[in-house]
Design a protein around this ligand. Sequence first.
Ligand SMILES: C[S@@+](CC[C@H](N)C(=O)[O-])C[C@H]1O[C@@H](n2cnc3c(N)ncnc32)[C@H](O)[C@@H]1O
Length: 213
Amino acid sequence: MDQYKNMARYYDEKIIYSLKRAMEIERFLPTGKLLDVGCGTGVTLEYFKKKGYNVWGIDNSKAMLEIATRRISSEKLFKKNMTNFKLAEKFDAIICLFDTVNHLTKFSDWKRFFVSCSKHLSPRGVLIFDMNTLNKLNALIGKTINRGNGVKIKISRKENIFYWKVTTPSGINIIKEKSFPITKVSKLLKNYFSIKKIPTKSGRVYFICRPLQ
Ligand SMILES: C[S@@+](CC[C@H](N)C(=O)[O-])C[C@H]1O[C@@H](n2cnc3c(N)ncnc32)[C@H](O)[C@@H]1O
């Protein structure tokens, strides 16, 4: 199911949020070939393309990818699931930003995602992703976020899944998010990478992951 089908164009009206994420990680990125996992409407890819990166993207939303093709050659965009993607390429950098990993509601899928990334990184490559922590998501319960373009988001929780009810002028969309303790995620990651955690004031944590040598 395409969770973003009816909201891709509203999502793309607020590119500033995606640009902020790109700028936050820029200093950690090696130059070269970059893959954006869950690339959405391609804002981050366009940002790094302008900086000279050879950019590639995958996403499982047709609606989001359609907008991304206005920014990036469709030959480097693929409709793929981040838990089992295969590309005949190795990348200097793989990024996965803006809570994309939180869209995976099973921990086994987080593992599959990390394994897929490790298979696509060059030996000196880096994987950078962010996650919404449990603390952050819990603090959002009951709050309404007004995105300012007729889009409102209300967050609730049921059985450890966080439901983002996104109301747009075209209707209501539900996005599911899940999080896990940072210690549990770190332990899993250490099977494949050496890691560095960068907390932020907003409660988002970045992981900088390099293949074990
Ligand atoms: C919050 S958006 C972030 C988009 C983009 N990274 C950005 O910074 O603007 C999450 C994206 O992840 C994609 N996504 C969610 N689950 C996915 C999956 N299993 N495989 C691939 N993409 C997925 C969604 O379609 C959506 O485009």
